[in-house]
Each structure stands twice: as structure tokens, then as C-alpha cells.
Design a protein around this ligand. Structure first.
Ligand SMILES: *[C@@H]1O[C@H](CO)[C@@H](O)[C@H](O)[C@H]1NC(C)=O
Ligand SMILES: *[C@@H]1O[C@H](CO)[C@@H](O)[C@H](O)[C@H]1NC(C)=O
Ligand SMILES: *[C@@H]1O[C@H](CO)[C@@H](O)[C@H](O)[C@H]1NC(C)=O
Length: 363
């Protein structure tokens, strides 16, 4: 859909600069912008704007304000251009979106705010964005999310929060977004995953958590994700993994990426991975690329090259114990047997002696 729109844009002839049209355009089209396609496309990229333009054709459907120096989105900024479907604000200097900055944009499908300086999302940020499908917020300065961050984004399908500084995601942060299909959190500062973080995300198909500092994940972390097709946990700090954490994903089939973690290659890890690889609906696509960080002698070895030996020591121990037990048992049995025989011989001898006596008495 979006592609089609952009293609259309490329195919359209540049604006015809006859005096009449340029005159009629200029009343609506801000200097520095290029308004074309029946004024449906307003392109103001690289126009050195430090604030939002005042004059934008009211029936504009695509407004491109990327690569400017805009720093604030004031309240009600777009209330005169309510037919907007695509709003591109990436690569500006935006640090503040005032409450209601995007109010009443019931046709807006895509909002690109990536490469700005946004550090907080208030409840008023998403007011009016109830029909938004895609929100790009990568490369900003967000350090945490809570239940107000995305309050009104009921229809959102794709959310890109890559390359921020997010450390905390409070329970129910995404709870309004039961239709969300892709959540990109690559390159943030998450250290652990707690149950409830991803609650309500029952349509989520792609969860990208790569490039964080995740060392532990609660057993129930992924449980709500019943549509999950791809879970990317590459380049984190996991040294071990819980079987139940991944078994908890109740989706039809899920691919899990785990490369670039500092695995402690021991018998436990081997067992967990063997069990996980046996689960029909889970696919550990990059298993052959996993490398060991510990114990020291296995550093930088690929897990797949050593995993058959990881339980060897334990097998040997079990073997030794078994052999010891068997030997002890055998010894006990032997001793018992010998005692029994000894007893038998003495009794026989006793009888024989008695017999002898009787024999003698016969005489
Ligand atoms: C960006 O905004 C900050 C204030 O928020 C200002 O100090 C800085 O000069 C701006 N930078 C540019 C390139 O406009
Ligand atoms: C997320 O944003 C980054 C940075 O703009 C971009 O490179 C990446 O392609 C985006 N991912 C998706 C799925 O939109
Ligand atoms: C394993 O790593 C190699 C080299 O980095 C890469 O080309 C390949 O795609 C990786 N395999 C998987 C399944 O991710």
C-alpha cells in the first residue's frame, strides 16, 4: 500500500511552474516545499526548517519534513491537515512532542519520528493516533516505557523502538496494542525480561530483542505471545537458558535466534538445548553458530562441536558410582554366600559327629 503510494509519487511529473499554478500553489505551499499531485504530496525535506511550516495544503496526504531542524511539535500542529496519511519527521531535532501534538489525525497510518531526541512519551503523545498502523521511533533517547507511553495506539501493527536507551519496560506498557505484529527493540539496554512485559501482545509475530544486555528471562515472559513467529535474542548476555521459558511460547511455530550470547557450555546447557531442539514447534535456526564463553578451556568453541562431550564427565561419574555400587553389592553377596556355606559345613559336621556317636553306641 505504502509502496504503491510512493511509486505514484515518483511517477508524477514535477510541478508545472506556470505563473498561474505557482501562484495558486504558493498561497498554500510553504517556501522550501514542493507541493504536487493535486496538492496531495507536500515534500519539504532538507528545507532547513527549524519549526513546522505554517502553510501546508489542507488536503495533503503525505507530508515529508525529514532532514530539517525542527525541535518541537506544538499542540494541535496538524489540525488543519487532517487528511494526512503519511507524516515523515525523521532526522530532525525534536525533543518535545507537546500533549495533543498529533491530535485528531484519524487518517494517519504512518508516523516516522526516528533520528530525533525524544526522551519521554506522555499519555498526550498518542492522543489522536488511534488509527496509526506504523510508528517509527528508532534512534531517539527513550530510557523507559510505561502504561501511558502508547495509550491510544489501538490499531498499531508495527512499532520500531530500536537504538534508544530503554532500560525498563513496565508491566502493561503495550497493553493497548493487541493488534501489534512487529515490535523492534534492538539495541537498547534491557537487562532482564519480566513476566507481564509483553502481556496482551497476542498478535505479535516478530519480537526483536537483539543487542540488549538481557541475562535472565522470567519463565512466563513469552507466554502471552501466541502468534510469535520470530524471537530474536541474539547479542545479549545469556549464559544459560531455561527450558520452560521457551516452552512457554504457545505459538504454532517459532524461530528463535540466540547467536552472540556468552554461553556457559556445561552439561545442563547441553540438556536444555537437546530438549528444546526436540520441541516440534520451536526452531533454533542459528544453533550451529552458538559459541561458548565459559568454562575457560571451551572459550570461543562452537557449542555444536563440543556438545556431545559436555555430559561426558557426568556420565563417567555416574558410571563410577554404578560400578562401585555393583561391586559393593557383589562383595556383600559373596560374603553372605561364604557365611552361609560355612554355617552349612559346620552343621553338617555337627550331624556327622552326632552320627558317629550313635554309630559308636550301636556297638
Ligand atoms: C536542537 O535543539 C536544541 C535545543 O533543544 C538546540 O540547543 C540545538 O541547537 C538544536 N540543534 C540544531 C541542529 O538545530
Ligand atoms: C527500525 O528503524 C531502523 C532505524 O531507522 C531501521 O534501520 C530499521 O529498518 C527499522 N526496522 C523496521 C522493521 O522498520
Ligand atoms: C552463522 O554465522 C555466519 C557467519 O557469521 C552467517 O553467515 C550465517 O548466516 C549464520 N547462520 C545462521 C543460521 O544465522
Amino acid at each position: 500500500m505504502e509502496l504503491l503510494f510512493l511509486l505514484l509519487l515518483l511517477l508524477l511529473p514535477p510541478p508545472v511552474l506556470t505563473e498561474a499554478t505557482s501562484g495558486s500553489h504558493s498561497s498554500w505551499c510553504e517556501r522550501g516545499c514542493d507541493c504536487r499531485g493535486d496538492l496531495k504530496f507536500t515534500i519539504c525535506s532538507r528545507a532547513l526548517f527549524t519549526r513546522l511550516p505554517g502553510r501546508v495544503p489542507p488536503n495533503t496526504e503525505l507530508l515529508d519534513l525529514s532532514d530539517n531542524h525542527i525541535s518541537v511539535v506544538p499542540r494541535g500542529s496538524f489540525c488543519k491537515t487532517r487528511k494526512l496519511r503519511f507524516l515523515l519527521l525523521q532526522n530532525n531535532n525534536i525533543s518535545a512532542v507537546e500533549d495533543g501534538g498529533f491530535s485528531q489525525m484519524e487518517f494517519l497510518q504512518k508516523l516516522d519520528l526516528s533520528w530525533n531526541r525524544i526522551s519521554a512519551l506522555t499519555a498526550g503523545f498518542s492522543a489522536g493516533l488511534a488509527f496509526l498502523r506504523e510508528l517509527q521511533l528508532a534512534h531517539n533517547r527513550l530510557d523507559g516505557l510505561d502504561s501511558r507511553s502508547f495509550l491510544h495506539l489501538d490499531r498499531l501493527q508495527r512499532l520500531n523502538l530500536s537504538s534508544n536507551a530503554i532500560r525498563t519496560i513496565q508491566v502493561r506498557s503495550f497493553s493497548s496494542m493487541s493488534g501489534l505484529r512487529q515490535l523492534h527493540l534492538r539495541g537498547n539496554r534491557l537487562r532482564s525480561l519480566r513476566s507481564g512485559m509483553f502481556s496482551m501482545l497476542r498478535s505479535l509475530e516478530v519480537l526483536d530483542l537483539s543487542g540488549n544486555q538481557i541475562a535472565v528471562a522470567d519463565t512466563a515472559s513469552f507466554k502471552p505471545l501466541t502468534s510469535l513467529a520470530l524471537l530474536d535474542l541474539a547479542d545479549n548476555r545469556m549464559s544459560t537458558v531455561g527450558f520452560k521459558t521457551f516452552l512457554g511460547i504457545q505459538a504454532y511455530s517459532t524461530h528463535i535466534l540466540l547467536e552472540g550470547n556468552p554461553w556457559t557450555c556445561d552439561c545442563d546447557l547441553h540438556r536444555v538445548f537437546r530438549k528444546l531442539r526436540g520441541v516440534q514447534r520451536l526452531f533454533l535456526d542459528d544453533y550451529s553458530n552458538l559459541t561458548c564463553r565459559a568454562p575457560a578451556p571451551l572459550g570461543d568453541h562452537r557449542l555444536i562441536d563440543v556438545d556431545t562431550e559436555l555430559c561426558l564427565a557426568e556420565t563417567v561419574t555416574v558410571l563410577i558410582i554404578t560400578v562401585t555400587v555393583v561391586i559393593t553389592l557383589l562383595a556383600a553377596m559373596l560374603v553372605g554366600e561364604r557365611k552361609r556355606r560355612k554355617k552349612k559345613t559346620t552343621t553338617t559336621r555337627h550331624w556327622t559327629q552326632q552320627g558317629d556317636v550313635s554309630d559308636e553306641s550301636d556297638y
